[in-house]
Design a protein. Structure first.
Lengths: 163, 410
């Protein structure tokens, strides 16, 4: 092969590919599809009876979390049951592994597709259970039901399911 | 000329340089060191006479951190070592724990096939990063953009499978855990493989005269030197040594899959380039075969081992079934508890032998964890291989041994 033919071949490829539609997605205007299983900010389900947190305060999420993100403060209620006083979630420490959601026995914690986690100061990263309810319900409004590619072999959990 | 003794005093013998020599400080913020690594290069004119890598700028203490987490929590830390191939790291970690528990043969076939497929996809993603940055170091810009474009498709497959692009935390001890892939994933992978082509990168680089003159005969590592430094992976196979753990000690589903190990004897940067390029072709073959095997499996094939002491029960049952609740709470609170003992398991990661060593004292946390990271071991050869070349050849050499500083420093 004559010298320079390899370079010319590369040029030909460059022109061929350059004529195509660019692969770039112009982000704030256009957003690419988010897979259904995308792990965004952890949300919480609203308890329909009490209109409060679904959390029962068992503390499994606290234990399962590898980064000490979650803190659940509980006390004993009048009838002897456990009452969740405060549910704190430190988004700044979270690595979005979803071990807490796997651990939750009552499916109080739910996945969301929310990845806009920017705040103006650091205190905004520390959110409580009611803020998590807002995030979850806001996310449900924007979520399309079509892209829920759930199949056999997936464990039938609410956070995989058709909430 | 005089030498800045402040930077060189860490390396005592470098101070004694002659009139014609000088010490060049490459990094830790140099784009071609692929991260925060510092190279102290002693040059005579343009020729390198001594090269000393200085690592540790990205040390996060991952091994010690794993010892403070339970076995499940450690999965999230392994994602962050070789961040170009997270699922491979997860897989090595989990298979070492499974060996520690003596349950290698209890992993169901579906989980093995999925692990193999995901490991090969991550090899593809890792090699795409490598081919792009390596070509960028040498002066080819388009290859970088195109290979990241292809890599993005692979990361989207990871996102569909488990929800994250880089920090996948994909599998669990005993199988796939709750993250068995969605049903449409197999079709999506097939669609990706059908549209996937390496011809563009191939035509841009392989025959290119500039690329060849920058890589042929540069940074030669003879086979004996490669073996004595303990190189593994493509860097070893580029020196003509046919050693691949996927063939030598087949793990996961590699024994039921037909593939070849590319070996090139020249030992230069170009040979290592060819090894990785051919590995990418082989990786697509492996993934395709895994998808065929997965499709042949019955729809209700288990993806987790039948071990209630490792695999949590169906959480939908937990609030209504006392046995399931006890099992679930016990697993989350205490986790996996391997018997007293030690185990080492190495897999063929994208960069070489990625091994995990565990010592268990019977509790839920590892007593000792050590990671044999291929990038760290492969980096050692810089000291010898860079000597005699030019400074620009050192850049090509760093690119060709494919280091990730997150894994070198851990």
């Amino acid at each position: 092969m004559p010298l320079g033919s390899g370079i010319l071949k590369g040029f030909a490829t460059v022109f061929k590919v350059g004529a195509r539609k660019p692969a770039t997605i112009m982000y704030p205007e256009n957003v690419r599809d988010i897979a259904y299983r995308f792990r965004g900010q952890v949300g919480m389900r609203r308890d329909e009876v009490t209109n409060g947190l679904t959390c029962v305060g068992c503390g499994l999420c606290e234990t399962a979390c590898p980064n000490d993100v979650i803190r659940v403060d509980t006390s004993e209620g009048e009838d002897g049951t456990r009452v969740v006083d405060r549910y704190l979630f430190d988004v700044g420490r979270c690595v979005f592994c979803y071990f807490c959601i796997e651990a939750c026995p009552v499916d109080a914690l739910q996945r969301t597709h929310d990845f806009h986690l920017v705040t103006e100061d650091r205190r905004g990263l520390l959110i409580d259970g009611f803020k998590m309810i807002d995030i979850y319900e806001h996310d449900l409004e924007n979520r399309s039901l079509e892209d829920q590619n759930i199949g056999p072999g997936t464990r039938p959990r609410l956070w995989f399911g058709d909430d | 000329m005089s030498v800045e003794t402040g930077t060189a005093s860490m390396f005592g013998d470098i101070e004694q340089v002659s009139e014609n020599q000088m010490v060049l400080n490459m990094g830790p913020q140099h784009p071609s060191t692929h991260g925060v690594m510092r190279l102290l290069i002693e040059v005579d004119g343009e020729t390198v006479t001594k090269c000393t890598p200085d690592v540790g700028y990205l040390h996060r203490g991952v091994e010690k951190l794993i010892e403070t987490h339970d076995y499940r929590g450690g999965i999230t830390l392994t994602d962050r070592m070789d961040y170009t191939a997270g699922p491979s790291n997860n897989m090595g970690y989990l298979m070492a724990i499974e060996k520690l528990m003596g349950m290698d043969d209890e992993i169901p076939l579906r989980a093995k096939l999925l692990r193999t497929a995901v490991a090969e996809l991550s090899r593809l993603a890792s090699h795409h990063i490598w081919i792009g940055t390596h070509a960028l170091d040498i002066g080819a810009m388009s290859a970088f953009l195109w290979s990241l474009r292809e890599r993005e498709k692979i990361l989207y497959l990871f996102e569909q499978a488990c929800g994250a692009r880089l920090t996948t935390s994909f599998m669990r001890v005993g199988g796939t855990g709750p993250h068995d892939v969605p049903e449409s994933w197999v079709e999506n992978v097939d669609a990706f493989l059908d549209s996937y082509t390496l011809d563009e990168l191939n035509s841009l680089l392989t025959g290119n005269e500039i690329f060849q003159s920058r890589t042929r005969g540069v940074g030669v590592i003879p086979a004996e030197q490669a073996l004595s430094y303990g190189l593994t992976g493509p860097s070893l196979r580029g020196s003509g040594v046919d050693w691949d753990l996927r063939k030598a000690r087949p793990y996961a589903a590699y024994d039921m899959i037909d593939f070849e190990i590319p070996v090139f004897p020249e030992g230069d940067v170009y040979a290592r380039y060819l090894v990785r390029l051919n590995e990418m072709y082989q990786a697509t073959r492996i993934v395709r075969q895994c998808m065929e095997h997965l499709r042949d499996l019955p729809a209700d094939a288990p993806s987790n081992a039948d071990r209630p002491d490792l695999v949590p029960p169906d959480v939908g049952r937990v609030p209504f079934d006392m046995e399931a609740m006890i099992n679930h709470f016990k697993l989350v609170m205490h986790g996996v508890q391997p018997p007293v003992g030690e185990a080492y398991f190495g897999i063929e990661g994208p960069k070489g032998e990625l091994g995990y060593y565990f010592v268990s004292d019977g509790s839920g946390m590892p007593y000792r964890c050590h990671v044999r990271s291929p990038s760290f071991v492969n980096l050692g050869v810089m000291e010898d291989a860079a000597v005699g070349g030019l400074i620009a050849d050192t850049v090509a050499l760093i690119g060709s041994i494919d280091i990730v500083l997150g894994e070198v420093d851990r």
